[in-house]
Design a protein around this ligand. Structure first.
Ligand code: SDX
Length: 428
C-alpha cells in the first residue's frame, strides 16, 4: 500500500506521508499540509483525527478488541492484579516478582496524605459531589510536593511523583467516601495489597477490625483493571494536552478528573443507575424509554449505550456483565435494576435505531450495578472510574513527555464578523 496520500486542491497536487502502526492502522501525516497548500483540516470532536502515536493501548472498535501494551484485556482482567496492570501501563512490561514487590513496597511507603490536607476535606460542603472534591484534592498535592512542579525532574524524581500519586489516590478516594458518611477516616495499613488497602480504608471501622470479602476484592480488582486505560479518550486527551504545557503531573491528572466527570464520559456510570432507577420508578416500561432515546425532540439518551470508537460490543461491558451476575449471586443480592438493564439491552440490540447506529452497551452500562452491590453510593461511581483510570492517565502523560511532544494548540476556521469599526456606547 502506498506510503503517501495525494491531495489535489485547485491547481495543486501534494503528496503527504502515510504512517502505519503495528496494528496496521494508517494515518495521513498532515504536519506539512498548511505550508504546502494553506489548508488546515477541520474535524469537530476529533472523530477522525489522530493526536499522537502511542504504544500503550490498542483498541479495535469494529472487532471489540482492547489490549494494554499488547495484552488482551480479557486475560489481564482474569489473571492479573490491578497493581501489575498499573506497572505494565506505566513502565511498558509486566513486572517480575522482584519488580512487583518493590513497586508495592514503594507505594506502601507513600499511602499517607499530609495531615494539612484534612483541612480541605473539612472545607467541602457535606453533600458536594465527590468528583469536584477529587479534582481539587489531587491538584492540591502540588502544594504539598512543590518539587513536582519542575517540568525537568530527573527520571527518579518523576517516578517518585508518580508513586506518590498512585499511593495517595486510594487514600484520598476512600477518605472522600468516609467524609460523605460523617464517619471517622481510616488510615492505610501497609500490610495489605493495594486494592485490599483501598477497601479496608473504605469499609473499615475504627471500632472493629473488618475482614474484606474476597468476592468484593476480586470484583474491585477486575473493575479497576477494566478502567485502567482506553487510548485517547476525552479525559486522557485532556491530561496529555494539559501536560504538554509542561504542567505538573498532579494538575494534569486533576484536569483529566474534571473531564471524566462529564455524563457523556465517565459520569455515565452514575447516569446509568439514575436512568435505571427512573425507569423502575416509572413502571419499568423499557419500550417507552427506548422510544424516548430514539426521539430527536427528546433530550433523553440511553446512558451506558453507544461509543465513539466501539461499533461492536465494548469488551469491558461483556466482562462486567458476567461479573455482575457472579458478584450479585455470591453476595446474595437481587437488584431489580439489573433485570431492567438486561431487558433494556435486549430490546435495544434488536431495535433498528440502535442496530443501524451500532450502539452497544459500553463500560458504564453495568459497572454501576456492581459498584452498588459492593456498597458504594451512586455519586462515588465516577470516582471509582478515576481510581481505575489513574495508571492509564499517568502512562499517557509520561509517554507524551518522553516523546517531547509540542504544546497542544489546535487551529480553527474563523466564521465571525470581519472588520467592524468601534462605535461609542452613546451611539449604539
Ligand atoms: C466512556 O472514548 C472513550 O474511550 C470513553 C470511555 C473510556 O473508557 O474512556 O470508553 C468511557 O465515556 C464511555 C461512554 C459513556 N457515555 C455514555 O454512555 C453516554 C451515552 N452515549 C452517548 O452520549 C454517545 O454514544 C457517546 C457520547 C458515547 C458517543 O457519542 P458520538 O461518538 O459523538 O456519537 P454521536 O453522539 O454522534 O451519535 C451518533 C448517533 C446520533 O444519532 P444520529 O444523529 O446519527 O441520528 O447515535 C445516536 C446519536 O443521537 N446516539 C444515541 C446514543 N448514543 C449515540 N442515541 C440514543 N442514546 C444513546 N446513548
Amino acid at each position: 500500500m502506498s506510503s503517501t496520500a495525494t491531495i489535489k486542491y485547485g491547481d495543486q497536487t501534494v503528496e503527504l506521508p502515510v504512517i502505519t502502526g503495528t496494528e496496521n492502522e494508517s494515518a495521513i501525516d498532515i504536519a506539512k499540509l498548511r505550508d504546502l497548500t494553506g489548508l488546515i483540516t477541520l474535524d469537530s470532536g476529533f472523530k477522525n483525527t489522530g493526536a499522537t502515536k502511542s504504544a500503550i493501548t490498542f483498541l479495535d472498535g469494529e472487532q471489540g478488541v482492547l489490549k494494554y501494551r499488547g495484552y488482551a484485556i480479557e486475560e489481564l482482567a482474569e489473571k492479573a492484579s490491578f497493581l501489575e496492570v498499573a506497572y505494565l501501563l506505566i513502565y511498558g512490561n509486566l513486572p517480575t516478582k522482584a519488580q512487583l514487590d518493590d513497586f508495592q513496597f514503594q507505594i506502601s511507603r507513600h499511602t499517607l496524605v499530609h495531615e494539612d490536607m484534612k483541612k480541605f476535606f473539612d472545607g467541602f460542603p457535606s453533600k458536594s459531589h465527590p468528583m469536584g472534591q477529587l479534582s481539587s484534592l489531587v491538584c492540591s498535592l502540588s502544594s504539598f510536593y512543590p518539587e513536582s512542579l519542575d517540568p525537568h525532574q530527573t527520571q527518579e524524581e518523576q517516578n517518585l511523583t508518580i508513586i506518590k500519586l498512585l499511593a495517595k489516590m486510594a487514600t484520598i478516594v476512600s477518605w472522600i467516601y468516609k467524609k460523605s458518611l460523617g464517619h471517622p477516616l481510616i488510615y492505610p495499613q501497609n500490610k495489605f495489597d493495594y486494592v485490599t488497602n483501598y477497601l479496608y480504608m473504605t469499609f473499615g471501622q475504627r471500632t472493629e477490625e473488618v475482614s474484606i470479602d474476597p468476592v468484593v476484592a476480586k470484583a474491585m480488582n477486575v473493575l479497576l483493571i477494566l478502567h485502567a486505560d482506553h487510548e485517547q479518550n476525552c479525559s486522557t486527551s485532556t491530561v496529555r494536552i494539559v501536560g504538554s504545557a509542561d504542567c505538573n503531573l498532579y494538575a494534569s491528572i486533576s484536569a483529566g478528573i474534571s473531564a471524566l466527570w462529564g455524563p457523556l464520559h465517565g459520569g455515565a456510570n452514575q447516569a446509568v443507575i439514575e436512568m435505571l432507577e427512573q425507569i423502575k420508578n416509572d413502571g419499568g416500561d423499557v419500550d417507552k424509554w427506548l422510544n424516548k432515546a430514539k426521539d430527536k425532540n427528546d433530550p433523553f439518551r440511553l446512558m451506558g449505550f453507544g461509543h465513539r470508537v466501539y461499533k461492536n460490543f465494548d469488551p469491558r461491558a461483556k466482562i462486567i456483565k458476567k461479573a455482575c451476575d457472579d458478584v450479585l449471586a455470591k453476595l446474595g443480592i437481587n437488584d431489580p435494576v439489573l433485570d431492567i438493564a438486561k431487558k433494556l439491552e435486549q430490546a435495544a440490540l434488536s431495535d433498528p435505531y440502535f442496530v443501524e447506529r451500532k450502539l452497544y452497551p459500553n463500560v458504564d452500562f453495568y459497572s454501576g450495578i456492581i459498584y452498588r452491590a459492593l456498597g458504594f453510593p451512586t455519586d462515588m461511581f465516577t470516582v471509582l472510574f478515576a481510581l481505575g483510570r489513574l495508571p492509564g492517565w499517568i502512562a499517557q502523560w509520561k509517554e507524551m513527555r518522553e516523546n517531547k511532544e509540542p504544546i497542544g494548540r489546535p487551529r480553527q476556521v474563523y466564521v465571525g464578523e470581519v472588520n467592524r469599526q468601534f462605535v461609542p456606547v452613546e451611539k449604539r
